[in-house]
Every structure is written in C-alpha cells, then in structure tokens.
Design a protein. Sequence first.
Length: 91
Amino acid sequence: MARLAEPTREQNAKLTDALREGITTETARPDLDPDDVVSALLAPFNGLLPLAWRPRDLRVDAENLERLLTTDLRRESRGSPTPPFRGSRSG
C-alpha cells in the first residue's frame, strides 16, 4: 500500500490543480474546495478498488470491477448533488 501513496498524491494534486484552474477561468464552482471535491470524487474508487484484493471467493474479478467502476462513473456524472463544474446538469 505504501508504494501507492505517492502516485495517488500526485494524481490527486493534478486533479486539484485542474479544479483550481477551472475556478480561475470561471468554469468550475468557486464555492467548492478543490481538495474536498477531489477527495469526494475519488472516494468511490478508493472503496471499490480493494474489492480486487479480497481473499479468494470474496474477490471481485477484473471484469466485474470494471463494471462497478463504470457504473459509479455513470452515476456520478448523471446525479452528483454538488457538481464541481458550472453548467453541470445538477448545478
């Protein structure tokens, strides 16, 4: 797990920077904290990915994990209660 920490921090920083840029260019909502938005957006992945690391019969295979991640992305893109970008369907 420790070897995943730095790449995760780097990816989070890239997304946070993108949101900050969006706030600057007025394409992202200024009332939302970029760090909080990134944490909230990535939380489902952080919960779903460990399903692949479970022991034997509790493990989710790659095909089903991809299906779950796709389902979550679709759910998030269609119904986020506080979308980070202006003009999003819910905001």
